[in-house]
Ligand binder design. Structure first.
Ligand code: TTP
Ligand code: MG
Length: 364
């Protein structure tokens, strides 16, 4: 018991993890590219002309009207009809993302990109949280100067704490959580701030009277296991800020995936189709960015009531064609549709081959 605890806390003291997340990324990139959009409510979403699909993201000015990611564009229209509605320009976001990542990487610390707009650095060699904060300010200033974009940074003793911290103060925030202050920092936050806790788990926790991370940390672990099964122990550790996972520089690109949870469960075929189009477009961008071709495509549909179905198809040859990807995604989706409302849609590409490797083989 106490020996393990001691080892854990020593390990915690050694590590200093920085998490950086761009502010309203797609919207900020658009506002940077077109000065006329600055200081305006800007909404990025699929098919804004016909008002279908969901909101990818929106500027902080638009958030003031209550608009949020994953909300149907039609609902955003109601909340703020005078906002500027744009369809996403993925190639542009990919390019800017690569520029952001180059800057973050350039400081020479162990680096891990986790999505288009966020990354971890293991800055433990700096030796103190104070030095880490100075570095964070430098990175923020460089990104702002070179790209005209703001980001928010969190620093903590684990990836988990750093990630929660980067979300604590947005936009352009810097939140440093020293190891000794971790539990005081986490305790008052709502449980949904823990990455991976969605609406469903949040509601289940509410039923137990648990609303905050502190409430979860203090809850009887035995009762939690009865309620949530084997996952409960990990959930409990998370509430204490414990997360031993490392910043992984060389992650295997084993899959490229994206999923969207609808704000409200839907059976609108138009919304479902355009959302699948958006997801296909996004994973395709990832594929191009990584210079890969793929063989296997998997579609995930979660229905109301948490029933989740997946269906995969493998191509005979590797492909990097957008049209094959789209057609396959839609045909799998058609095969899977049930007479039930949809809560979540996901798409995953796997079984990759490097494009240039393929070209080399063909060139022989
Ligand atoms: P986020 O970092 O979650 O959101 P954000 O950068 O727009 O805003 P924040 O300031 O709160 O960090 O996601 C990064 C990008 O991913 C976002 O700009 C658009 C895209 N995205 C979607 O397309 N759909 C979604 O539901 C979410 C959450 C993000
Ligand atoms: Mg972001």
């Amino acid at each position: 018991g106490s020996a393990v605890q001691k080892r854990n806390s020593e390990h915690m003291k050694q590590r200093i993890i920085l998490h950086l997340d761009m502010d309203s990324f797609y919207a900020s990139v658009e506002m940077q590219a077109d000065p006329r959009l600055r200081n305006k409510p800007v909404v990025i979403g699929a098919d804004p002309k016909r008002g279908r699909g969901v909101v990818s993201t929106c500027s902080y000015e638009a958030r003031a009207f209550g608009i949020r990611s994953a909300m149907p564009v039609s609902q955003a229209f109601v909340l703020c009809p005078h906002a500027v509605y744009l369809s996403p320009d993925y190639p542009l976001y990919s390019k800017v993302s690569a520029e952001v990542m180059t800057i973050i990487r350039s400081y020479g610390f162990r680096f891990q990109q986790v999505s288009i707009d966020e990354a971890f650095l293991d800055v433990s060699p700096l030796g103190s949280f104070c030095e880490a904060a100075t570095l964070a300010e430098q990175i923020q200033a460089t990104i702002e100067k070179n790209l005209g974009l703001t980001c928010s940074v969190g620093i903590g003793h684990s990836k988990l704490v750093a990630k929660i911290a980067s979300d604590f103060k947005k936009p352009a925030g810097l939140t440093v959580v020293e190891p000794a202050g971790t539990q005081d920092f986490l305790a008052p936050l709502p449980v949904r701030k823990i990455p991976g806790i969605g609406k469903k788990t949040e509601l289940a926790l509410f039923d137990l009277g648990i609303r905050t991370i502190g409430g979860l940390a203090a809850y009887d672990i035995g009762k939690l296991v009865t309620e949530f099964g084997r996952g409960a122990a990990a959930l409990h550790e998370t509430a204490l800020g414990i997360d031993g996972s490392e910043v992984e520089e060389h992650m295997d690109t084993r899959s490229i995936s994206r999923e969207i949870t609808f704000d409200t469960d839907t059976d609108d075929p138009g919304l479902i189709t355009t959302t699948m189009d958006t997801l296909a477009e996004e994973v395709y961008t990832g594929l191009v960015q990584e210079d890969l071709s793929f063989k296997t495509l998997t579609i995930k549909v979660r229905y109301q009531g948490f029933i989740t179905r997946t269906r995969a198809r493998s191509f005979y040859h590797y492909t990097s064609k957008k049209e094959s990807l789209r057609t396959c995604a839609h045909s799998l989706l058609r095969e899977m549709m049930e007479d039930r409302k949809v809560r979540l849609l996901g798409i995953r590409l796997s079984s990759f081959e490097k494009q240039d490797a393929r070209q080399m083989t063909l060139g022989l």
